[in-house]
Design a protein around this ligand. Structure first.
Ligand SMILES: [Fe+2]
Length: 464
C-alpha cells in the first residue's frame, strides 16, 4: 500500500491547513487555543450567590453599621445574620437575623438585585461576625468592629481618585493600604471611584479590587464628577450609587447618601457633594458644624478648593466654602480630582488671594489633594504646597489619637512620601502643625513623568 504522504490528498490537505493557520493565528497555536476576550456581561454577571458585599458608615457607628450586597433576580429575600464574634465557631448557632430591603437595578450589562440592611442594636467597640445571603446561599462570615463610645485612638484610610484601570492598577493600592492598616476603622473615597458612572463592568472592577476589605471596613464615600452624568436638567448621580452603597441621609433633602456627616470617636466626618447645590450645602455645613461636640472636624469632597493640577482652580467653591471652614476651625480637608498630590500647611481664606498668593498663617486648615489610580496630570508648583507629587499612586493612613492627628501619605509600594502631625490646643487656640516630610526626593518633573528616574522610585527596604 502507498504511504498516505505519497497520496495526492495528503499534500492538498497539508497546503490547505498550513495556509489557513498562517493567516488566522500565531504560529504554534491551533484554533481552540487562541485567546479570546471574555465577555464583560459574563465576567460581571450576578448570580444567586451574594457578591459586591460592602459595609458603609452610619451616623451612629458605635451602635450600627450598614451592609449592602448584590444577587441576581432569583433571590427574593436578602438576609443578614449577625452575632458577637467569638474565638470558637459556635457563635453561628445563635445569630440575630435581619431582613434586607431590595432594589433592582438594570445596568448596561444585566439586571441585578441589591439588598441593604442597617445592622443596629450593636454594642460599642465590639467585634461582630455577619454573613449575608438568602437562607440557603450564604457569604462567608465577615468581622467588623463597632466604634468606641467615646474618643479613643483609631486609624482610617483615605484614597484620591481610583477611576481608571481599577482592576489592573488600583487593586495594588487598596491592598497595600490594607497591609499597612489592617485594623483601620474607615475607608474614605474622595470621589471618582470609577470613570463611567453607569458602566456595571467598572463598578465590578472596583468591588473586585477591594474584595473582602469592603466587607470588613465601613466605606465613607463622596461622589466625584465621574459618578455623575449630564442631562438637560443638570447633573445626574450614577444609578449605581444608592443601590450599592447605604450611606447616611442626614444632609440636605435630595442629597441623601452624598452629603452627610457621622461622628466617630471624637471626630466629625463630613462628606460634601461638590457636584451640585454647593451654596445650599454651605449653609447646611454652617448649621451642622455649629452643633459639633467633637474635638476634630474632617471634611471630604471631590473638587479641591486648592487645586494642584496645572491650569486648574475652583475659585468659586473656595470663595463659597472656605470662610465656613475657617469659622468652624475645620482641621483637615481631603479631596481628589486633580490626579496629582499636593498638601498644604495651615490655610485660611484670603479675600485677595488665589491659590498662589495665599498667606501662610499660624492657624487654619490643612488641605490635601491625592490620587490613588493610574491617571496622572502635571503639578503646578505653588507656594502653599508643603509637599507635591506627579505620576505617583498614593494612599493615606491617618491616625487620630486624643489631641494628635498623625498623617502619612504612602506610595503604591508603601514608601512614606509625606507626613505631618496636628496637635489640638486648648479651646479657641489654633492647631500646631508639625512637619514630618521624609527625606524621599520630591517626585516632580520630566524624569518622574517619563519614568526615567528609576533610582528614586525603587523600594530599598520598607520605610513604613
Ligand atoms: Fe474628578
Amino acid at each position: 500500500m502507498v504511504p498516505y504522504r505519497f497520496q495526492p490528498g495528503f499534500w492538498l490537505q497539508l497546503v490547505f491547513s498550513v495556509g489557513i493557520a498562517s493567516f488566522s493565528q500565531p504560529v504554534g497555536l491551533i484554533a481552540h487555543d487562541a485567546p479570546h476576550k471574555h465577555p464583560e456581561a459574563e465576567a460581571h454577571k450576578p448570580t444567586p450567590l451574594p457578591d459586591r458585599i460592602n459595609l458603609c458608615v452610619t451616623q451612629t457607628p458605635a451602635k450600627s453599621v450598614a451592609v449592602t450586597w448584590r444577587t441576581d433576580l432569583s433571590v427574593n429575600q436578602g438576609l443578614v445574620e449577625v452575632a458577637p464574634a467569638q474565638s470558637g465557631p459556635i457563635f453561628i448557632r445563635t445569630p440575630r437575623q435581619l431582613k434586607a430591603v431590595k432594589e433592582d437595578l438594570k445596568s448596561d450589562l444585566s439586571e441585578a438585585r441589591y439588598h441593604s440592611v442597617v445592622i443596629d442594636q450593636l454594642e460599642p467597640e465590639t467585634v461582630y461576625a455577619y454573613r449575608v445571603g438568602d437562607g440557603l446561599n450564604w457569604s462567608e462570615w465577615f468581622h467588623f468592629r463597632t466604634a468606641p463610645a467615646s474618643s479613643k485612638p483609631f486609624q482610617f484610610i483615605y484614597f484620591g481618585d481610583a477611576q481608571n484601570d481599577v482592576k489592573s492598577l488600583w487593586s495594588r493600592v487598596i491592598r497595600s493600604a490594607f497591609q499597612d492598616a489592617p485594623k483601620a476603622a474607615l475607608l474614605i473615597h474622595a470621589g471618582d471611584l470609577i470613570n463611567s458612572p453607569n458602566k456595571d463592568g467598572e463598578w465590578g472592577e472596583w468591588f473586585g479590587a477591594a474584595g473582602f476589605i469592603n466587607g470588613m471596613m465601613p466605606i465613607l464615600a463622596t461622589p466625584g464628577n465621574h459618578e455623575y452624568s449630564r442631562s438637560d436638567k443638570g447633573p445626574v448621580l450614577s444609578k449605581h450609587w444608592k443601590p450599592q452603597f447605604n450611606l447616611p441621609s442626614n444632609g440636605p433633602a435630595g442629597l441623601e447618601e452624598t452629603c452627610y456627616f457621622i461622628d466617630y470617636a471624637g471626630v466629625r466626618f463630613v462628606s460634601l457633594n461638590s457636584n451640585e447645590r454647593q451654596e445650599e450645602q454651605g449653609k447646611w455645613l454652617d448649621s451642622t458644624l455649629s452643633n459639633n461636640p467633637n474635638r476634630w472636624t474632617i471634611l471630604t469632597f471631590h473638587h479641591p478648593i486648592y487645586s494642584a493640577a496645572k491650569g486648574r482652580d475652583n475659585k468659586q467653591l473656595r470663595v463659597m466654602w472656605q470662610p465656613i471652614f475657617d469659622k468652624h476651625k475645620v482641621d483637615l480637608v481631603l479631596t481628589g480630582h486633580d490626579h496629582t498630590y499636593a498638601r498644604s500647611g495651615l490655610l485660611m481664606f484670603d479675600n485677595a488671594g488665589t491659590g498662589t498668593t495665599v498667606r501662610d498663617p499660624k492657624s487654619g486648615t490643612v488641605y490635601v489633594v491625592s490620587v490613588s489610580g493610574p491617571k496622572m496630570y502635571r503639578v503646578e508648583r505653588e507656594d502653599w504646597m508643603k509637599r507635591a507629587a506627579e505620576n505617583t499612586q498614593l494612599y493615606q493612613i491617618i491616625e487620630v489619637d486624643g489631641d494628635h492627628i498623625r498623617y502619612e501619605s504612602r506610595t503604591a509600594i508603601g514608601t512614606l512620601y509625606d507626613a505631618f502631625e496636628l496637635v489640638k490646643q486648648a479651646a479657641g487656640k489654633p492647631n500646631v502643625l508639625i512637619e514630618k516630610v521624609p527625606m524621599t526626593p520630591e517626585r516632580l518633573g520630566e524624569e518622574v513623568r517619563t519614568g526615567r528616574s528609576q533610582s528614586m522610585d525603587r523600594q530599598s527596604g520598607f520605610t513604613r
